[in-house]
Structure formats: C-alpha cells, structure tokens
Design a protein around this ligand. Structure first.
Ligand code: SF4
Length: 514
C-alpha cells in the first residue's frame, strides 16, 4: 500500500489549534453527572491539570446542555481556558443548546437524526435512502447555523456498533459503513461552508478501528477533504490491558501520519487517561509529538493463510520457543527507532525481537504496544520475543508479548474485557463491577465480555461482545447474550453470578453429550 499522503487542515477550537503538523493533542472526558456543577468543575480541573487540552462532558438532555454554562464559568473562573466539548447522542435539541455555550460539540451520525441501530436488517430503496439522508440534512441545519454563528467546532464521531439502521442496512456493522456514515455528514457540513470539523472512527477492536480510519482517509482524500482526525479505542477497559490495546490501535495510525488528537478510554479516573495518551504519542512520534515521516500502512496477510504467532524468550544469543526448545528460525532484532521506520515485508514470517530500555513496566507496555501493534494487526511476524535492557525482565516480558498478541487479536489466550470509561449516564460503580465480572469469569478463555455503564449506548457500543453486563438504572443490570438482553433488571449484587450462570448453561448446551 502506498504512503498515506494525508495532512489535515489546522482548525481552531476555542483557544486550541489542532491539525497540520501541530503536536497531536490529548483529551479526556468527565464521568460526573453534568447537572452536578461542583463535581463536574472539579473533575474538569483535575483533567486539565493532568495535561488535557480539551475536556468533553456528556449532555444527554437540554438541562445538562444548559448546565454546561455554569460548568464553563466555574472552569474559567478557576483560571483555565481549556476548551470544553459537549457529547451528544439522540438529542439534536441538546446539541443546539450546547453549541451556544461550549467550544465544541460532538455528535454521532448513528443517532443524531437517523433511527438508531436495532440490529434488525431492513430493506431500503434508493429513494428511501435519499429521503432519509435529506431528513438528516434538514435536522442538521439548525446546528450548523448555530455553530457558524458562535464559532463552535463540531466532531463527527462515528462509533462501530452505533451506526444507524440506514447505514447498517446497506453496509452492515463494518469499517466501510463507519466511513460512509462520516463522509455523508462531512458533505452536509461542507455543503453549508462549515469546515471547523474533527472526525473520528472508534471501535473497541484494533483492526476495525485501524481499517475504518484508513478507509476514511482514502475517502476524504478522494473528496478533497482534510479534516483533523481524533483517534481512540472505545471501551478499552482498565489496567495494563486497557493501555496495551489503546497503544496498539492508536500507535498504528499515528505511525502512518493519521491522527491529530487522542483519547484513551479507560474505566479509570479520567485524569489517569492523560499520561497514557501522552506516552503513546511519545513512543511513536518522539518529543515533537507528531510523526513527520509517516510509514506506509502494512499490507494485511491474506485471509486464509496459516498464521499462528508464537512467544519466544531470549537467553543470551539463543532464542527459546514456548516448549523451551532452541529456536533456529529467522529472528529480526530491532531497536525502537528501527521499529518506528520499519515497513514493507521486513517482519513477514520472522520472529520480531525488539530491544527496549525501560525500568517502568507500564511505560514498557505502552511503548512496546504502540510500536509493535501495526505489525501484528497486519498479521506479519511469525512470533514475538521482547527484550529489555532496563529492569523489567523475565515473566513480565513474556506476559507482555502475549498481551500484545491478544490486543491485536493475533492470538487469543484469555478473555477480552470491554468496559466503557463511564460518563454522566453511569449509575453504578463500574470499576467495581469490572472487578467482580473478571473474578467470576477468570476461569474461561477466549470470551469477549462487556461491562457497560448504560443501556442507552452500551448495547450498541459493545457489539461484537459475546456477553454483556449493562447498567439499567439505579442498582439494576441487564445481562446480554450478543445484542439481546436475556435477563433484565437483575439486582447488582446478583448480576456477576447470573452472568456466569448464563455462560455456563450456554456452554453446557453446546457441549455434545457422549
Ligand atoms: S456506555 Fe453509557 S455510561 Fe458508558 S460511556 Fe457510553 S454513554 Fe456513558
């Protein structure tokens, strides 16, 4: 694949400039109730003090949108000029209020005007398609006028799993559907002469997120568009796994010169996301925080080609395979700067042996995943042997190698837990729920289990998960199998057990009786 010649335009979001060759910006989102002014102001300040250059808050209704004025005043009074962004789903009225108050509004094409995804496939004629698109355009007009008048920026934020029924009907839940959904909105805004836009394609899985962004870039280039791009893996989870998957996906695109701003969505206090985002950017782009010489995207290994990457260990000059036997195949030992520029088929069917120099395990995990992700997303290397001249040694390096293979879905050796970062819609302690769900299901392997804060967006955004644990109101949880809520309103204390019962009974039904 040829080098991506994408260079975004520079846009202004309040006091912040973004795009072009400016440093990649970092941002986060509050998880307070947007009606709780004091908590929201305090959390905005904590996020800003951690280094965030933009702060997003959920505005699910008109009242929340209106209260952004008080929150903005509190933040400004405390001496911070950092722009605020309202996060809108399903409620154009809230967007129109927020656009008069904050510097940026994020809308989701999957639910702004179109009917939200019901996951029921419907037929739509060309004329029906065009009529719905025209209705979307009309629905966007008031927002475009307000944003033009107030100088408010807009993020067109597409999420895999919350595409509209209309898009799903024609494209399915695919990277193409995501890119088409964004391009439709971009054309409507551009048609009105509005270009203060950022666009994003997010998914909880690295390959979908990477493919959708590459496709978006190609389609924007064809359309003569150069909008800045916001990057992120949604519902990345928590701890080391959340950091590794975020670094693998985001790092891949940053290396290709794609991405002007990053959010790492962890199920942790939002201010903790900022150093992770900075570490990812630094690992790929260095102190400039912007890759000046992007690499070409690696060609994907052909589907159906046999590939099962192994984890190796290094003893001096010898490499040992997973059974402890000496490995005699081809090994490519490479420095981090070598990884930054390596392209083509150099790693193809070879064991990759990067040599890092970290004393901090978290920094090593982020740095390694950010640089190695693109090779395993493309399914190139025959295996991975991580070496480190710093103090992180031994089993930690083996675990890290397996974690990178897991995050890129190169090799699944344990469950994948998807969990949302929470926001003002969350009505329970999600971090606690994640811990309980992990404990209840730790003996299983290869499952994708989602823990989501609300039924409004959770079910759509966990699409692809085998099972879901979704907050359904104060102290109540719905348990999902795929996209279907099969047990509803379970008291929170019983929910991890009910989830495990459901999984176990499904497994028993699938196990043939001799
Ligand atoms: S799933 Fe719901 S609670 Fe979680 S971040 Fe998304 S909107 Fe907020």
């Amino acid at each position: 694949m040829s080098l991506t010649p994408y260079k975004s335009d520079i846009i202004q979001i309040g006091s912040l400039t973004m795009g072009g060759t400016l440093p990649v910006r970092v941002q986060s989102m509050t998880n307070t109730d947007t009606l709780d002014t004091a908590s929201s102001v305090s959390q905005c300040i904590r996020i800003i003090e951690a280094g965030s250059e933009l702060v997003r808050l959920t505005a699910q209704g008109i009242r929340e949108a209106e209260n952004l004025a008080a929150i903005k005043k509190g933040v400004r009074t405390a001496g911070f000029e950092t722009p605020l962004c309202a996060d809108i789903h399903f409620n154009p009225g809230a967007a129109e209020v927020a656009a008069r108050i904050v510097e940026k509004v994020r809308i989701n094409p999957g639910n702004y005007a179109d009917k939200r995804a019901s996951f029921i496939r419907q037929e739509l004629t060309d004329s029906g398609w065009m009529a719905e698109l025209e209705r979307t355009r009309e629905r966007l007009m008031p927002l475009i006028k307000i944003c033009t008048e107030y100088g408010t920026a807009v993020r067109i934020g597409v999420n895999h799993g919350s595409l509209s029924d209309r898009i799903m009907t024609r494209y399915g839940n695919t990277p193409e559907g995501m890119a088409v959904s964004a391009i439709e909105f971009l054309k409507i805004f551009r048609g009105e002469g509005f270009n203060r836009i950022v666009v994003s394609m997010k998914s909880s899985d690295t390959l979908t997120m990477v493919m959708a962004n590459r496709l978006l870039v190609r389609m924007m280039i064809d359309e003569g568009m150069h909008y800045p791009i916001h990057l992120g893996i949604t519902e990345a989870g928590e701890g080391e796994d959340g950091r590794i998957i975020s670094a693998a996906g985001t790092g891949t695109l940053l290396a290709e010169g794609i991405g002007d701003t990053v959010r790492v969505s962890l199920s942790e206090p939002p201010e903790d996301e900022i150093p992770v985002a900075r570490a990812i950017i630094k690992a790929v782009a260095g102190e400039a925080c912007r890759v000046m010489n992007p690499v070409a995207s690696l060609e994907q290994r052909k589907p159906g080609e046999k590939w099962f990457p192994q984890v190796y260990t290094r003893e001096g000059e010898r490499f040992m395979d997973e059974s402890g036997e000496p490995f005699t195949g081809e090994v490519l030992t490479v420095t981090p700067s070598g990884l930054q520029t390596m392209g083509g088929r150099q790693a193809y069917d070879r064991v990759l042996n990067p040599v890092f120099n970290y004393d901090n395990p978290e920094q090593l995990a982020i740095g390694a995943a950010a640089l190695l992700g693109r090779f395993f997303i493309a399914r190139h290397p025959a295996g991975l042997c991580i070496s480190n001249s710093g103090t992180v040694q031994g089993d930690a390096l083996i675990r890290l190698a397996f974690s990178i293979l897991q995050a890129t879905e190169a090799r699944i050796t344990r469950n994948r837990y998807i969990s949302c970062p929470t926001c003002g819609r969350t009505r329970f302690n999600l971090q606690e729920a994640v811990r309980k769900v992990k404990a209840a299901t730790a003996h299983l392997t290869g499952m994708k289990i989602a823990v989501m804060g609300c039924v409004v967006n959770g079910p759509g955004e966990m699409a692809g998960a085998d099972y879901g644990y979704v907050g359904a109101g104060e102290g109540k949880v719905h348990i999902y199998r795929g996209t279907e809520a099969v047990i509803k309103n379970v008291p929170e204390a019983e929910a991890p057990g009910k989830l495990l019962e459901l999984i176990s009974s499904d497994q028993e039904r699938r196990t043939p009786v001799n």
